[in-house]
Ligand binder design. Structure first.
Ligand code: GLN
Length: 482
């Protein structure tokens, strides 16, 4: 039962093959057996899950089922969930019980979903490996000595190891797509502004995007249907009608024009990943797509631009954690300055402090023009490169990551080496574009993936291509043996 996709489980519930309570109990049991080892969840909400499942079964019996009624999913612990600890992977928020519900989790609950718990992440979503969490690293279920990617590594491991039918994630610079690739699942980063950020703890506000992490593109469409749409509580939310993201899944791909950006296939790319991505391109050609080489010349500059802009926004966003209003407070402060300094020094981990220092420096008078303004100019050029590309092709196809999952601890003491691994995902966030990560092979027993990047609000097209690809391949069905 737990190997089924969200869509298959929805059908099973509708046919009465099992109840939501039975399904939820099965997931909770599997979580109990494997979470100590994998550390995918920070908090498991057994009681809430079973109560929601019982309500879901009642709704179904009364003929009031909606698309996600009774389906058990997990939430990245960056989404505020009312009455439930929302830690963001930080000691700073270890004692924080959210007083309100994020729009994403509220919409999923409104669509009938059951919450199994809150998943592990890099502290404040800063990282690419889920090693910087205050709650310890999450392990990759394909090989426990390797990282699951990050920052949404807990959600990725939960879905890959079948500890949840699907999960939410957030993507500021790749945090949905890269862990999806490292664990062999599907992940969608929507267009900036398509999914509300309200109640999602802020990292880089001009980059942050919530989205689905699932087994299949079809499931991602099902989840996106529930979470996409205008939210007056988020000033950057787009007031634009929502499509039915499942409507185009079965459209044929004949005539599709795919662009392969040469900068994403250069020297740093693992040869096994290159071969697997090119094999996927051949599959899409068989389905009627044509392929063209394109160039996104400013790709390399996405790393310096992002690693100025994201820390700059983080440094302002994190100034709210001052030991006064909520979150961690140091013991026995001697005065206000001591309270601020020690609360922040003790509450934040090393990577978060590093980002605050970099961001504050880049924003300071005298350096602002040299760093922050320059980075914003690069950001515009990176966006323009994509628009030039989209004049020639419908979608852009590239690897999601340059290498497969690395060994735990391997890059922990070398932040720059870790940042460089984000080379293929950062540009999309800087441009605000949607991108879908799909598993497309394995290298040395570890999954890897490709990504499809679309123009603004082209989610349904990306999901269509992903679904068609998953009709003729079975990488998305491969699961680790626990
Ligand atoms: N690895 C990137 C960073 O550390 C992206 C993280 C994310 O998307 N949240 O900033």
């Amino acid at each position: 039962m737990l190997d089924k996709t969200l869509t298959q489980l929805a059908a099973g519930l509708a046919q009465g093959d099992f109840s939501s309570v039975e399904l939820t109990q099965a997931y909770l049991k599997r979580i109990r057996s494997h979470n100590t080892d994998l550390n995918a969840y920070i908090t498991v909400t057994d009681d809430i899950a079973l109560a929601q499942a019982a309500t879901a079964d009642e709704h179904r019996a009364a003929g009031n089922a909606v698309p996600l009624t009774g389906l058990p999913i997990a939430h990245k612990d960056i989404f505020c969930t009312q009455g439930v600890r929302t830690s963001c992977g930080s000691r700073m928020l270890d004692n924080f019980i959210a007083p309100y519900e994020s729009t994403v989790t509220a919409r999923l609950a409104g669509a009938g979903a059951v919450m199994l718990g809150k998943t592990n992440l890099d502290e404040f979503a800063m990282g690419s490996s889920t090693e910087s969490s205050y709650y310890g690293p999450t392990r990759n279920p394909w090989n426990r000595d390797t990282v699951p990617g990050g920052s949404s590594g807990g959600s990725a491991t939960a879905v890959a190891a079948r500890l949840a039918a699907a999960a939410t994630g957030t993507d500021t610079g790749g945090s949905i797509r890269q862990p999806a690739a490292f664990t062999g699942i599907t992940g969608l980063k929507p267009t900036y502004g398509r999914v509300s950020r309200w109640g999602m703890i802020a990292y880089g506000s001009s980059l942050d995007c919530g989205g689905p992490m699932t087994q299949t593109a079809e499931d991602a469409a099902l989840m996106l249907n529930a979470i996409a749409g205008f939210d007056p509580k988020d000033s950057t939310s787009m007031d634009r009608p929502v499509e039915d993201y499942q409507a185009r899944l079965n459209e044929p791909l004949a005539g599709l024009r795919i662009g392969l950006p040469k900068e994403y296939f250069g020297d740093g790319l693992n040869e096994g990943i290159r071969a697997a991505v090119m094999a996927a391109v051949s599959e899409l050609e068989k389905l009627g797509a044509t392929v063209k080489d394109i160039s996104l010349p400013r790709t390399e500059l996405s790393i310096p631009a992002y690693y100025i802009i994201a820390p700059a926004e983080a440094s302002t966003n994190l100034s709210r954690y001052d030991g006064v209003r909520y979150g961690y407070r140091c013991k026995d402060p001697v005065d206000l300055e001591d309270l601020y300094k020690r609360s922040r020094a003790e509450g934040f981990g090393a990577e978060v402090q590093r980002r605050i220092l970099v961001g504050t420096y880049a924003l300071s008078a005298g350096y602002y023009d040299a760093y922050y303004k320059k980075a914003q100019q690069l950001r515009r050029l990176i966006r323009d490169d994509f628009q030039t590309g989209f004049q020639e092709v419908d979608v852009i196809l590239a690897p999601t990551t340059p290498s497969p999952a690395w060994t735990l601890g391997e890059k922990s003491n070398d932040p720059v080496a870790m940042y460089l691994e984000d080379i293929y995902t950062l540009s999309t966030n800087l441009a605000g574009l949607p991108a879908l990560a799909l598993p497309c092979g394995q290298v040395g027993g570890l999954p890897m993936g490709l990504q499809l990047i679309g123009n603004y609000f082209e989610e349904s097209h990306l999901l269509n291509i992903g679904h068609q690809y998953q009709q003729v391949t079975d990488w998305h069905q491969q699961a680790p043996v626990l």
